[in-house]
Design a protein around this ligand. Structure first.
Ligand code: SF4
Length: 356
């Protein structure tokens, strides 16, 4: 059966599914039943929807489709982190990562979602950035990463637990705010209490500094966390590390973050990847303190995960702690991100780059 002419049901909210079922001559409540099968049970075959009459299952199979991305490959770290290489309907490939949050036996997982195939930003230290950009994802392809990952986890862990994934971060391949509408549509699907039901405060959207997106997010009535991939403390360095800085300077970025905080009264996280001999000197610490101290914000330090094809190096733990202490003494709220999945090439986009 050719999927191109069939209606994509994944990505529809409950109301849209009810309307669709009405349109095809069925009762509205059938839409609610199908909504639960898709978003609560990760089922994408109509034939597995056991409370739907046989004739309707057949009819739906002829006219519609639920395209959950296929897991082509997965790598499992000894710390339980899993990286999935997934294939979309047009055979484009993306990467999704799940990271255990607790003791392995009853772990809850955090899911890192990709928002684009490749990434147009091209950060100098990022494997995804070297791989070029192909296209943005639709909201159903982002929610599909959630459903596919949860289904895979349930299968592998032999746990029929719908709440295995409790946190979602938009930090995988791509710049979420270059794909703003689809990202926000996917957030609404993730937080629906009748469906997937992730708590809003358990969702983080990370941007490399798309100022317009930050201001738009400030206007949404959402309780999600905003993270800014900062990585540099002056325009000269940031122009080289995060090329989006050539469009929006640090002053413009900080002004947008300040606007967001005042509008939402929500704390923002600045992500800061630590690159040896590049951005972790005393001067950088002082610049960072000056920039971030006036804001309601945390700093999350991320010791770099080295990527074979890139020249950047991970700093020693002495240098990591030195930088941390400078920032803490300067009055900032600082955490160091625990390394996860180091043995399976945890850097964003590495599995994808190897595949290509
Ligand atoms: S770090 Fe993020 S924004 Fe930068 S190139 Fe990689 S995926 Fe894109």
């Amino acid at each position: 059966m050719n999927t191109i002419s069939r209606t994509q049901l994944l990505g529809m909210n409950c109301h849209q599914l009810e309307e669709y079922l009405l349109q095809v001559g069925q009762h509205r409540y059938r839409g609610r039943q199908i909504y639960k099968w898709i978003y609560q049970k990760d089922v994408n075959s109509f034939y597995e929807m056991s409370d739907i009459p046989k004739e309707l299952r057949q009819q739906l199979d002829e006219i519609s489709v639920v395209s959950i991305p296929r897991v082509l490959k997965q790598r499992v770290s000894k710390d339980g982190t899993r990286k999935f290489l997934m294939e979309l309907d047009d055979r484009k490939r993306i990467e999704t990562v799940v990271i255990p949050q607790g003791e392995e036996r009853e772990a809850r997982y955090s899911l890192c979602i990709s928002t684009q195939v490749g990434c147009p930003v091209g950060c100098a230290f990022c494997a995804t950035g070297t791989s070029g950009y192909q296209r943005s994802l639709q909201s159903y392809e982002m929610v599909g990463q959630f459903l596919s990952s949860r289904r895979e986890l349930k299968r592998r862990l032999k746990k029929n637990d719908d709440s295995l994934i409790s946190n979602v971060v938009y930090m995988g391949m791509g710049e979420p705010f270059f794909n703003y509408d689809q990202v926000i549509a996917s957030v609404y699907l993730l937080i629906d209490p009748q469906g997937i039901n992730i708590g809003q405060r358990h969702i983080t959207i990370s941007t490399s500094g798309e100022v317009k997106g930050i201001k738009r997010l400030a206007e949404e009535n959402l309780q999600v966390t905003l993270a800014i991939s900062l990585h540099a403390t002056n325009d000269h360095l940031r122009d080289q590390l995060v090329p989006l800085n050539r469009k929006y300077s640090l002053d413009q970025l900080i002004e947008a973050v300040d606007y967001y905080i005042k509008k939402t009264n929500r704390r923002v996280t600045f992500e800061y990847v630590m690159l040896d001999d590049v951005n972790i000197s005393r001067v950088h610490a002082d610049q960072l303190i000056k920039m971030v101290k006036p804001l309601l914000a945390n700093i999350n330090l991320i010791p770099y995960n080295e990527v074979e094809i890139l020249p950047f190096k991970k700093p020693s733990s002495t240098k990591v702690w030195q930088f941390y202490h400078w920032l803490v003494e300067g009055g900032l709220n600082v955490t160091i991100r625990e390394e996860r999945g180091g043995d399976i090439e945890a850097a964003c986009g590495q599995l994808y780059v190897k595949e290509r």
